[in-house]
Design a protein around this ligand. Sequence first.
Ligand SMILES: [Zn+2]
Length: 304
Amino acid sequence: MAETTPGSAASPASPGSAITPGSAASPAARSARMFNPGEKRSEVPEGLWTRCANCDAMLYTKALREAMFVCPQCDHHHRIGADERVRQLVDPGSFEPMWTDLQPIDSLKFVDRLPYGQRIEREQKKTGHKDALVAGKAFVKGRGVVLAVMNNEFMMASMGSVVGEKITRAIELATDENRALILVCAGGGARMQESTLAVSQMIKTSAALARHDEAGGLYLAVLTDPTTGGTAASFAMLGDLTLAEPKALIGFTGARVIANTVRQELPQGFQRAEFLVEKGFVDRVVHRHQLRNEIARLIDYAGK
Ligand SMILES: [Zn+2]
């Protein structure tokens, strides 16, 4: 099971995704170095500028951060990690992270370019997280929620046993405490290094969501760029209401694979959020600046 995200090769290192707030060794810092080669480098503090992945504008990173990593020139929604997403959505200081010690086991002794065990260690060091999902209780404009965010800074938010387990626990907590569940989805799908252990998370999370639904619980799915593979084929598509960020890539399989299989030219905007609203897969495209408001409004609308 080797699901790959279309365009994933460009993701971890692309300038658009390269804006991890935080350490000097962040991808943002690395991209800044890339764009300021040579002797002038020492004059420009690392990470001061970020190039927009869409319009190429050089943006003052601090201003971009204040704009929630939405390009002020072209409105491109840059990819952001889980910590930044939590910061943007919850009431300040209200997030209580949970199950932070869960970490993956290399049961298959999987080796690709790097043994899986080493890959996990490297990602843990880079992000300060044990795996690719951040979850916990929080308040959004005073409404109590359980928030789970897939972290595309950790192995491209691929879904392994830890991601599935934490999502399941988050769902069950939301059911038990009658809180709204907000799940911010991302990534290329099942983590190939965990094979069927990863794929079985689709079943586990879907079953927990069915119980949440039977108990009258509310689930808001927020799909971000990209949400594909097994993630798209399970919990990401099971929301009571499905929101998506503008132009987010959402789909199961890459467009090129589909085009080659059906031998047809695909329509313009295929697999983008706006196209999926037209086709009924997504309820609403929400600008990042409005996302927090919209979540609070929908919780009220659902009477939760
Ligand atoms: Zn731009």
